[in-house]
Structures are given as structure tokens and as C-alpha cells.
Design a protein around this ligand. Structure first.
Ligand code: THU
Length: 135
């Protein structure tokens, strides 16, 4: 998995930040889906590596994930941004997240610890009453 994530990191399109990120998602049936960050001249449109991996996986029919590796050229290895935590949470709230750098430093943390008091689909049915703006 780490090798797949490192290879993906080398494919990152990051001409603006020069900060390359690779990801590899492991599915319950053993498939590994890579992702890398894809930046844009309109900076806010940038896609993070974790989210491109999720998009690749879902578009190939995978929605059950049992692990993710994120590779960055930082020491200690960097943790996923808040948006990516939320996107991963949609599919695997307790996902083990392994943070790695090419030098071999590794740290594993649960997504549940990275995203406490999270928002998920169960919230959508807990509404008490409609607010005027929802009409
Ligand atoms: N980036 C990721 O790919 N994943 C993260 O979780 C954090 C940030 C990317 C986005 C951008 O291309 C670069 O890192 C610098 O923010």
C-alpha cells in the first residue's frame, strides 16, 4: 500500500504549492486505489490526494474501505485536512489512517480520533422542525 501511495505522490500535479501528496485506499476485498493531489490555476479548485483516491474507488464500484495510507514529504508525516477527514468519514468512520513519509516515518491513527463529534447522514433525520429557509 505504501508503495502505491508513494507512486501516486510522484504523479501529483502540484505546480503551485509544490507540496506533493499520495494516498492509497485499501478496500475490503483487497484492492488498492491510488490518489494524488491535483491543483488548479484557480487555487480553490484543488483536489486533495485522499479525495481523488475516494473518487477513483467509488467510480470503480468500491465503497468499503479498511485502510488508507497518506504519504507526504514532511517530518513527521502530515495528517489529512479537515475536508478529507469528512469525505473519508462518509464511508469508513473508524478507518485506520497511516501517515507515512518516504524516509519511513510512520504513524497510525483512527479517523474517529481525527474527526471527533462528526457530522454524518444520521444527523439528517434528527431535525426537530423546519426552518423558514428550508421551504
Ligand atoms: N493536500 C492534500 O492532498 N491532502 C491533504 O489532506 C492536505 C493538503 C494538498 C492540497 C494542495 O495541493 C497541497 O496539498 C498543499 O495544500
Amino acid at each position: 500500500m505504501t508503495e502505491v501511495a508513494i507512486e501516486a505522490m510522484q504523479n501529483a500535479y502540484a505546480p503551485y504549492s509544490r507540496f506533493q501528496v499520495g494516498a492509497a485506499l485499501l478496500t475490503e476485498n483487497g484492492e488498492i486505489l491510488p490518489g494524488c493531489n491535483v491543483e488548479n490555476a484557480s487555487y480553490g479548485l484543488t483536489l486533495c490526494a485522499e479525495r481523488t483516491a475516494v473518487a477513483a474507488a467509488v467510480s470503480q464500484g468500491h465503497k468499503k474501505f479498511i485502510g488508507v495510507v497518506v504519504v507526504t514529504n514532511t517530518s513527521p508525516p502530515s495528517s489529512p485536512c479537515g475536508v478529507c477527514r469528512q469525505v473519508l468519514h462518509e464511508f469508513a468512520p473508524d478507518l485506520p489512517v497511516r501517515l507515512v513519509n518516504p524516509a519511513g516515518e510512520t504513524l497510525t491513527v483512527s479517523l474517529a480520533d481525527l474527526l471527533p463529534m462528526s457530522f454524518d447522514k444520521t444527523e439528517l433525520s434528527k431535525g426537530q422542525k423546519q426552518s423558514p429557509g428550508a421551504e
